[in-house]
Write a protein that binds this ligand. Structure first.
Ligand code: GRF
Length: 216
């Protein structure tokens, strides 16, 4: 399965997926890592692993009323060029438009560091602490035009402890992100995800697949 990863930052989720591919728990090939940030850690990680890295500069389109759509058309061209079957947003800090969402309906995933639908958007670990939540977590979901709104594929929960700072909580959540994102990608690769309206169900599949779901 041919995968592209869009990332803007340090790229630890990208790394988790690269690692899972390298040890054979995810059966996929990352054919491109694309970033809107030239100096992103994600592009550096791609280069280190011999994965095609691509910086697509948003600046030339800035100021146009349709700048986001034009940018996404540029990305779509790259995705088409490399026959990408699944797109993964991993810390991609640009809102994707209908141009990409429609071309990759139910074939584009995102990872978000909250238990959606609670706390979409930014600074979500801080918000969860401030709300007095006892649980936080992360969500892998399909991408729709509404930000952090698409059908939920997998979630993992962690406790919020009394002396947590947003940074400490984020690190606890991140550990889980690195588990559930590769797992979701492998479920997709095995053709086991069924989307019905808002709900995603997971086909039972082979014993090997089952052990992937129950792995901690
Ligand atoms: C992660 O917390 C992810 O959930 C969010 O952005 C962060 C990206 O981290 N969407 P990294 O770049 O994968 O390390």
């Amino acid at each position: 399965m041919r995968v592209a990863v869009l990332a803007s930052g340090r790229g630890s989720n990208l790394q988790a997926i690269i690692d899972a591919i390298e040890v054979g728990t995810v059966h996929a090939t990352i054919v491109a890592v694309i970033s809107n940030k030239k100096d992103s850690g994600a592009l550096e990680r791609a280069r280190k692993h011999g994965v095609r890295d691509l910086f697509v500069d948003p600046k030339p389109f800035a100021g146009r009323p349709d700048s986001r759509e034009v940018y996404d058309r540029e990305l779509l061209e790259q995705l088409n060029k490399h026959d990408v079957e699944l797109v993964l947003l991993a810390g991609y800090m640009k809102i994707v438009t209908g141009v990409l969402v429609n071309a990759y309906a139910n074939r584009m995933m995102n990872i978000h560091p909250s238990l959606l639908p609670s706390f979409p958007g930014l600074d979500v670990q801080k918000k969860a602490i401030e709300w007095g939540c006892k649980l936080a977590g992360c969500t892998v979901h399909f991408v729709t035009e509404g930000v952090d709104e698409g059908p939920i594929i997998l979630q993992a929960a962690v406790p919020i402890l009394d002396d947590d700072t947003p940074e400490i909580l984020a690190a606890r959540i991140l550990e889980q992100e690195h588990k559930i994102y590769p797992r979701a990608v492998q479920l997709f690769a095995e053709g086991r995800l069924r989307v019905e309206g808002r709900r995603v169900t997971i086909d039972q599949g082979t014993p090997v697949g089952q052990s992937i779901i129950s792995a901690s």
